[in-house]
Each structure stands twice: as structure tokens, then as C-alpha cells.
Design a protein around this ligand. Structure first.
Ligand code: PGA
Length: 255
């Protein structure tokens, strides 16, 4: 069975002191049936690392360079993330694809290098509103998945995480319906099965993201294809994030 995973994406929020306060309020939560990851700004990673064993979530970054070292001004190396105990990294969030023009070629290199240094990539895919209205969702997301995974072995694909995030649902309070999200994720899984086989498709964890909160997370996680959530705005409040984890943990008990 795939273990549910709830990923907080703080985006560009919280300084180091706010991060300490957040962790104090989050407490030492242990939910055995659900994994949690905190993807925080680079400067806050050190605070998470200092928290040490009492941090019950895995440490995640929101981006990294596609090279290990060199003349790349302003970038952060995957090896620098390893030093900070980072286990997950978000790759290709739509905000980076759009604002920083991250290309498919660059995302492929990031996927490759993430596996080379043994950081689990969380690959974001999703259609924009125009593509959604034109009925192109599955074509767009399957192409994004295929492109990013083309440099990986089936074992590496199985160990990756995908987040399906319709761009029109991010930060808008207009989440996709759980049924639609489940259907799209099911198609992504079928696509992976065709390329990499049944075993790989059965192992890869595929999340939904876009306006997930404590009220709707249960509906998404109740869907059979949805293995977790990538949570932006609602993850910024530790009480809400804890509530979300506890709901998923409770739900998983009955599966
Ligand atoms: P949101 O963001 O939960 O605030 O919609 C999700 C994301 O961008 O990962």
C-alpha cells in the first residue's frame, strides 16, 4: 500500500524566527499512517535541521539547481541541500515554470540530479485555465510527466512523487472536485504503467494540490488514486496543518 504523504509548501513565507514559532506550535506530532514533509524557504532549512530528531516531518526544499557546483550565481546546489538533511525537493512548480521560465529540459536535468544525490523529487504538473477549458488537461499533464521522467529508470520513477496541481486551482479557493482530481491522477498512473510497467505505476505516489484545506482534505484522500496533498496557503498555520495530518491519519485507519 502507498503511504499517504502531505506536503506543506510555504512558498516565500516565514523568516527563521517565525519558523521556530511554527515548529513550537506544531509540536512533536507522530502520525504513523501518514508522512509529512515541510518544504520551506532555503533560509529556514537550517532551523528545521537544528530541530533534529524532534522534527517529525521530513525536510523539503522548494527548488534546487540542476548542477552540483560551478559558476551559477544565486543558485543552491543539491549537495548543499543534502548537508541540511533535505530529503524531498519540489521540482517544476507552476510558479517556477511561469515566473522563472523553467523549461522541460531544465526540469529533466533537475529530476536526474535529484535522484543522483538521493533526494526525492516532487514533480509538479498541471494545466492552466485555458487548457482546462479546451479539454486538454490529460494531454498536458501526461506530456509533462513523460518529459520529466524520460531520464529516469523504472525504479527511480517508482520512488518519485508527482503532484497534480491544476494552475487555476492554486491559491484561488477553487479546488478541483475530488472526482476530477482522482480521474486525472488515474490517467497519469495508467500512462506510467504503459511506459514503465504495472509495478512502477502501483508504487509511485501521486498527490493533488490546489486550494486543499482542513475542510476538503478528507474528500481528496478518500479517493482511491490520490495518495496525498501538496498544500500551500493552509499549511502556513501549524494548527490547521496538524488538523489536516490528523484527519488523513484517521481516514487511513479504515482503509
Ligand atoms: P494552495 O497552493 O494550497 O495555496 O492553493 C498549492 C501549491 O501551490 O502548491
Amino acid at each position: 500500500m502507498r503511504k499517504p504523504i502531505i506536503v506543506a509548501n510555504w512558498k516565500m513565507h516565514k523568516n527563521m524566527q517565525e519558523t521556530r514559532d511554527y515548529l513550537d506550535r506544531l509540536g512533536d506530532l507522530v502520525f504513523e499512517r501518514v508522512e509529512s514533509v515541510l518544504c520551506v524557504p532555503f533560509t529556514d532549512l537550517i532551523v528545521l535541521k537544528e530541530h533534529g530528531e524532534s522534527l517529525m516531518s521530513s525536510i523539503g526544499a522548494q527548488n534546487m539547481c540542476c548542477r552540483l557546483e560551478g559558476a551559477v550565481t544565486g543558485e543552491i546546489s543539491p549537495l548543499m541541500l543534502k548537508e541540511l538533511a533535505v530529503e524531498y525537493v519540489i521540482i517544476g512548480h507552476s510558479e517556477r515554470r511561469e515566473m522563472f521560465k523553467e523549461s522541460d529540459a531544465m526540469l529533466r536535468r533537475k529530476m536526474r540530479v535529484a535522484h543522483d544525490v538521493e533526494i526525492t523529487p516532487i514533480l509538479c504538473v498541471g494545466e492552466n485555465e485555458e487548457q482546462y477549458i479546451a479539454g486538454k488537461t490529460t494531454v498536458v499533464v501526461c506530456e509533462q510527466v513523460e518529459s520529466a521522467f524520460s531520464v529516469l529508470s523504472p525504479t527511480e520513477v517508482a520512488a518519485s512523487v508527482i503532484a497534480y496541481e491544476p494552475i487555476w486551482a492554486i491559491g484561488t479557493a477553487k479546488a478541483a472536485t475530488p472526482e476530477v482530481a482522482n480521474a486525472v491522477i488515474g490517467i497519469i498512473r495508467q500512462h506510467i504503467e504503459q511506459s514503465y510497467g504495472q509495478e512502477t505505476a502501483a508504487q509511485v505516489r501521486i498527490l493533488y494540490g490546489g486550494s486543499v484545506d482542513a475542510n476538503n482534505i478528507g474528500e481528496f484522500l478518500a479517493e482511491p488514486e490520490i495518495d496525498g496533498a501538496l498544500v500551500g496557503g493552509a499549511s502556513l498555520d501549524p494548527d490547521i496543518f496538524r488538523e489536516m495530518l490528523s484527519k488523513v491519519d484517521e481516514l487511513t485507519k479504515y482503509n
